[in-house]
Design a protein around this ligand. Structure first.
Ligand code: NAD
Length: 391
């Protein structure tokens, strides 16, 4: 099969197995180049391990710290006629590289929100690993079925309080235009908190503790985006921001409930970058294209792997520096006032005519394609490849 990108709106509906393998291998090479750590977690559970920040967390755990990794993801397998999802191919490539490096890796594909999947994971831990030292919570999902009631909750990306009109960039039509977003109602806010808030993170830690598979002095973190004024109306102070605030509540609750194993729980704030989750958020493609321009010029641009490699240095300290809400901050290079002022100046100037000139949309688009295994120089996209891959 010759595989070329099929882009529909903010998503690419296919993926390239060799390109995804290239993506994984480049991230591994970055981590190896930073040097091996001898001290760190031995057994790491990564929830949302197949793409974006979760994949980077798995790669840093395995190739930076030599850890055994157990991953959970929700990905689609390929068939003879249709490619699998990028996360499927990333996971297959990760397994192949881990096996070559003699590193334990197991991945369970299914709904992380369900009780069944939690039971399967606990069984795998008991059988293969004993106890878990580090739990990374990196799920980004549009819906969640409540494991107790069976009710399905859907998240929305809407402002809270007032209607919000802003510039946005339509990646499909190559068009800068204004968009007016109506505020969410109470039900939509509640639903979003149910999906992307801390409830499931807490349920995971409860299930692991109850099964006695949390190691003494274990650590857990869930990822958030805080941002600044430009993104607050659609992120930080919007429905998704309400869900992310709930992570702070959950972190405190996890620490209080699992004192017997001295469990440390942090919310970690990461920078905005192109992932499957962020490209679906209105305004983000425009904002990210502008911050890429500014941060590349400043020499501070980072991708998932650089962010997570830096985060682990903090996360694994006995008493890392936190902000007033006990969060770990990896977003300073984006959210500092000087950088934000430059982004704001571009934001105010941007028009249909100058967008490609004053932004780094080319960089954004290339990274978007790379998420699905496209646009890597090292890959021959005219070659006939099998879409099949497994782990
Ligand atoms: P992503 O879409 O790349 O990854 C999501 C992961 O969750 C994938 O591994 C997917 O398979 C898994 N997943 C989704 N639904 C699942 C389910 N029901 N069961 C099991 N696995 C499931 O997203 P991302 O951007 O890496 O986001 C990860 C976290 O990082 C999120 O909490 C997000 O809010 C946060 N974050 C993202 C950004 C950003 O700019 N992308 C910035 C800061 C924080």
């Amino acid at each position: 099969m010759i595989i070329k990108p099929k882009i529909r709106g903010f998503i690419c509906t296919n993926a390239h197995p060799a390109g995804c393998a290239q993506n994984v291998s480049e991230q591994i090479a970055y981590v190896k180049a930073q040097g091996a750590h001898t001290d760190g977690p031995k057994n790491v559970l990564v929830l949302g391990c197949s793409t974006g920040y979760g994949l980077a967390s798995r790669i840093v755990s395995a190739f930076g710290y030599g850890a055994n990794t157990l991953g959970v993801c929700f990905e689609k397998a390929p068939t003879e006629r249709k490619t699998g999802t990028a996360g499927w191919y990333n996971t297959a490539a990760f397994h192949s590289e881990a096996s070559s490096a003699d590193l334990y890796a197991k991945t369970i594909n299914g709904d992380a929100f369900s009780k069944e999947l939690k039971t399967d994971v606990i069984e795998a831990i008991k059988q293969d690993l004993g106890k878990i030292d580090l739990v990374i919570y990196s799920l980004a999902a549009p819906r969640r079925t409540d494991p107790e009631t069976g009710d399905v909750y859907k998240s929305t990306l809407k402002p809270v309080g007032d209607t919000y009109t802003t510039k946005t960039y339509d990646t499909d039509k190559d068009l800068i235009h204004d968009v007016t977003l109506e505020p969410a109602n109470e039900d939509e806010i509640f639903n979003t908190v149910k999906v992307m808030g801390g409830e499931d993170w807490e349920l995971w830690l409860d299930a692991l503790a109850e099964a006695d598979v949390l190691a003494e002095n274990c650590t857990t973190t869930a990822y958030t985006y805080i941002g600044k004024e430009l993104t607050w109306p659609i992120y930080g102070h919007a429905t998704i921001g309400k869900a992310k605030e709930d992570l702070d509540r959950a972190a405190a609750s996890i620490i209080a409930k699992h004192q017997n194993v001295n469990c440390k729980a942090y919310v970690s704030s990461l920078k905005a970058l192109v992932t499957q989750a962020s490209s679906a958020i209105p305004v983000m493609p425009l904002y990210i294209s502008l911050i890429y321009k500014v941060m590349k010029e400043e020499g501070t641009h980072e991708g998932c792997i650089e962010q997570i490699h830096g985060l682990f240095d903090l996360l694994l300290q006995a008493s890392p520096e936190t902000d007033a809400q006990n969060r770990l901050r990896m977003d300073g290079k984006e959210t500092n006032d000087a950088t934000q002022a430059k982004i704001k100046a571009l934001w105010d100037q941007v028009t249909q005519e100058n967008f490609h000139e004053i932004s780094d949309y080319a960089g954004y688009h290339s990274e978007f394609l790379k998420l699905f295994g496209f646009d890597f120089d090292a890959v021959d996209y005219d070659a006939d490849v099998s879409p099949l891959a497994d782990w």
